[in-house]
Write a new protein. Sequence first.
Length: 225
Amino acid sequence: MKPDPRFEALKAEIVSCRRCPRLVKYRESVPLTRAYAGQEHWRKPVPGYGDLGGKLLILGLAPARTGANRTGRIFTGDASSRFLVSALHAAGFASQPMSESRDDGLVYTGCYVTAAVKCVPPDDKPLPEEFGNCAPFLDAEISLLPNRAAVLALGSHAFRAYLRHLKREGGDVRGLKFGHGATYRLADGTTLFAGYHPSPRNTNTGKLTRPMLVSLLRRIRKQLG
């Protein structure tokens, strides 16, 4: 498949963004850990990755400190990434069960993965104005997914970010509440799914298990046909 020039232009705009001084300072100063000493770190905004022709959009919160902020690809190189991509592989959306680097050969089929905020935030907590600064990027990414029929929001923050996108598009979001497995048929014909974020604080405590996430992804895949 030939690269979409609109997407390539959007990626370049995202990667060069310096709209949020707090996030720029943090992403560029995240200390190296011993495990990754000597590796080149990305330390820039992280655009989405995946199948632009896919029917499923997966939305996370933001790049992880030692994950995407280090590797330059969303959900790549940390525990959350390994948990998510393993489940995506089991459900038939990913070509392999691991996501470790930008050149590891991972290919998504039928899904596109991105984050509401493009830079790693301190304490995983973007500020409202930082969500707002990234909103045009998210809206632009979504506009480049012509076959989008379902959205999986990972975590309550991503869920609310998607509701704000819907409101910007003139949608009615009344009655839409986050809960793992919650499913909403939207007025635009798409289906919004909610799921717990695959963060260690959820997976290590058993709040989110691999069977829970695989089951949700397989349910989405079945609905998409």
